[in-house]
Design a protein around this ligand. Sequence first.
Ligand SMILES: Nc1ncnc2c1ncn2[C@@H]1O[C@H](COP(=O)(O)OP(=O)(O)OP(=O)(O)O)[C@@H](O)[C@H]1O
Ligand SMILES: [Mg+2]
Length: 510
Amino acid sequence: MNHQPADPVLRIVAGSKIYGGIHAIDSVDFDLLPGEIHAVLGENGAGKSTMCKAISGAILLSSGDYFLGGRKVSFASPGEALKSGVAMVYQETSLVPSMTVAQNLELGMEKLFTVYRKINIAAQQSQQALNFNVEPLALVETLGTAKRQMVEIARAVRHKARVIIFDEPTASLTPEEIQHLFHLLRSLRAQGVGIIFISHAIEEALNIADRITVLRDGKLVHTGPAAELDRPAVVRMMVGRDVATSHYGEVETDGASEDVVAPKKDRRRVLAVENVTMGSVVKNMSFSVYEGEVVGVAGLVGSGRTEIAHIICGARKRNFLRGGLIYLNGKPIRYRVPRQAVRDGIVYITEDRKLDGFFETMTADDNIYLGYLASPKGKRALFSARQRKVVSDRWVKALSISALKRSLKIIEYSGGNQQKVVVAKSLAQDPSVVIFDEPTRGVDVGAIPQIHAAIRSLAAQGKAVIVISSYLPEILAISDRILVARGGRIAEEMSAAQATEEKIMYAAIH
Ligand SMILES: Nc1ncnc2c1ncn2[C@@H]1O[C@H](COP(=O)(O)OP(=O)(O)OP(=O)(O)O)[C@@H](O)[C@H]1O
Ligand SMILES: [Mg+2]
């Protein structure tokens, strides 16, 4: 960071945003210096995205002032903000999937007659400057998360943004992609760009940021140099209390722990995957899951771990010939659509909540109740508003789902709270086999132990649980048994007692 105190490139003074009479952000004073990375941290629903949407022109402040380069501004749209040099890379990307990379880079800059050849060349140049390699003529819908993000960053740079906001940019990236992104953030900082960085990975923020701002319940509780803070201090400010991280590294031993440690031969094998093959991604994969256990699946992206989950729940097909077998309670299964798997009590809770996680124009209560109606008990039930309240109350409490108002549509919930509703809806289905894919992505540090407790309690009720996660402390915290996928197979199996992060990493790579 500059030693000379520079004038802030942007300043929010007493900024508030009110929805339905309630403050999403409340009289926030925030500033950003040129050439600084400023992390914004806080629990799910604290107001981080709301503040940044106001800065980027996606919403208007209800009250308060907004200065850009000392000049008072008010942007009616993100396009207007972009023209003044303020860009936002969203929690969910804002590119147009059916257009090419080059066309997306040019969005908002189009002349009346857009000359395609010219914009392709311009796209190539701006990407080269950033050391990106994304084919300008590729359709955005064919790109993975990291590449889409690169395109958004390239677009910001192309518009000569002085301020770039990143809303949870690392949530869906691999460790290598995160390193690449950080490298890029540092080089943008060196060029004098002011960067706002939202993340739930506190270590990451401490590591990359010059300053840190913490929001709690819409209020700004702290702004100061990152070097003066550590993780416990940040967590205390975020949550307003100390958070039990004791869930990590140990398995809860209350309740049904007897079942958990019982020898395998006494327990029923619920799911058996035998030599399953799909294209070149899953190759002869075999493993079993028993009742009452949580099996953690670790592995790099591309190791076949997510694909095997898709195959089990009917979202993808095995090879036609020699595709292997999958047994549920001893009977072979082969689903053509996920609905058939749900009917048999297999539920897949995906990391991609927008895709098939929930009905976005319905309330959280309705989403959770729909889950319940799909459960064996719920199928025989008639619609009942009272029942809906009982069921949703239970899950809202168990996972601390929160919003300014319970009755909001689910798209009006914060990102992390949407994820919790997805989990609640699936658990309300009372499944017998549950597969979680990155269950705590985007969830704040305070709520992660609650999701973990919900997962453990499924096992305690005798269900077979699979947790796919890239976050090794999570795998270690909740698994009874750990499988490491590599190159489309299960490369290694270890008990929770034997496993360490190093051993898992080693097995995932070698
Ligand atoms: N369009 C809207 N209508 C009503 N309430 C909204 C709307 N958008 C956001 N909110 C509410 O504002 C509050 C702050 O949400 P925001 O998305 O800023 O949280 P966040 O800090 O980004 O959380 P997360 O870490 O979960 O992404 C939440 O309680 C949310 O429900
Ligand atoms: Mg958010």
